[in-house]
Design a protein around this ligand. Structure first.
Ligand code: HEC
Length: 143
């Protein structure tokens, strides 16, 4: 009688392990469907962007978009979205943007490696970029 119970237990254990493996394989497959460089977030763009925000968008597109993606949506395996809860002002103040541009960023939230400092931008340029990113964040319910 005992050995029958153990047999049933082993059987159940095998089924549980198998379904766990199948389930975790499925989730990995979904995560790898994105191609390298594709947007990580789907970002809504506001109908109206302020003049400062538009200036910021131009600078962003030149200096930041290669890693942070079109509309700061992130790029798969390249760089993180800035339109993301992590970068709301209470967690990443405007100061963290000035610091990131001036000094670079040591990788701590994402698996993309470090960000190097970005040369050739004034504080005013970064202020415009921040305005652009905050306007995108607001449109996407992050602010
Ligand atoms: C070469 C790629 C690259 C470029 C170009 C780049 N970034 Fe980044 N940035 C990154 C990566 C990668 C991270 C994430 C680091 C981590 O794991 O937290 C990051 C993080 C940040 C952060 C978060 C800082 C923090 O304190 O966590 C800000 C803000 C930021 N970037 C702003 C910018 C701005 C503004 C520009 C353009 C002027 C820019 N980045 C250009 C790769 C880049």
């Amino acid at each position: 009688m005992k050995s029958v119970n153990i047999g049933i237990l082993l059987c159940l254990l095998t089924v549980a392990t198998a379904s766990f493996l199948v389930f975790s394989k499925n989730t990995t497959d979904t995560a790898t469907e994105l191609q390298v460089g594709e947007p990580i977030e789907s970002v809504l763009v506001p109908d109206q962007i302020s003049d400062l925000g538009l200036l910021g968008k131009n600078i962003f597109d030149l200096k930041c978009q290669s890693c942070h993606g079109i509309n700061a949506a992130g790029r798969h395996e390249i760089g993180p979205p800035l339109v993301h809860k992590i970068y709301e002002p209470s967690h990443h103040s405007d100061q963290s943007f000035y610091r990131a541009v001036a000094l670079g960023v040591r990788s701590h939230h994402w698996p993309f490696g470090n960000m190097a400092a970005v040369e050739g931008l004034t504080k005013g340029d970064v202020k415009a970029i921040i305005s652009y990113v905050r306007e995108l964040q607001r449109e996407n319910g992050i602010l």
